[in-house]
Design a protein around this ligand. Sequence first.
Ligand SMILES: [Zn+2]
Length: 288
Amino acid sequence: MDLLDPLGLATWPTGLQLAFAALFGLILGSFLNVVIYRLPLMLRRSWGETDLPQLSLSWPASHCPQCQAQLHWYNNLPLLSWLLQKGRCSACQQPISLRYPLVELLAGLLAVGLIWRYGFSLQGLALTGFALTLLALAAIDAQTRLLPDHLTLPLLWAGLIYHWLFSSATLFDQAFAGALWGYLSLWSLYWVFRLLTGREGMGFGDFKLLAALGAWLGAPALVPVILLASLSGLITAALGKATGQMNSSSLPFGPHLVVAALALLLGGRELAGWLQLTPWLEMTRWAF
Ligand SMILES: [Zn+2]
């Protein structure tokens, strides 16, 4: 029996594999929502904000953040419950944040996209885990401007260990260099920006996130990642300015790094070709 695939999914028809991936993604997305909501609160409490409630990822059971009513299993079905309850808590009728169904939907779509692109394989599964952790990081950064070490550092080590165990020596070297350059490139940018303007352009969490991206994707892929992330940042800032909705100087950079890495994973060749960046992807031995 294959330990990674006890159900023999790899031999199932593609449609069934993708349906399974969608279901699995939705369920994991539901867990990501718990992490996204609770991890920042747990961290802030550990930093001395003792008026915050004491929580862990598994305790207390899921409840409505407004009326504290505990959720039954049928209030807790990914995506489905939100749709059936028309986006409201069934106890207090207060609206439930759109973030919940959105994260679940994105997690489902990412799992389907990555399993479709990389197959029901160790690589497909590892990349799905990588992508879902990135989704949690992007949501936490967007909401709280934090990129917790509790997620970025394990992600970094997981990438290095994955390549150490399962990839060629060349690819492991690229992953190692990626972790190093990912950290150092933003670290130097931070200091240049700070010395020139006296302000902080980004946080240390961004360096660790880029280091984790480098550890998974390899050093050469960092060039398209940074370019795509900057492009995504510029577009968002322009849109924000045009609609007068946000102040571009207060936007966190993490979500843009995540968007860039996911775009490369899902549509790497086409996207890189369009941006004339194919040589950078071809340099990595990673099968984009
Ligand atoms: Zn409620």
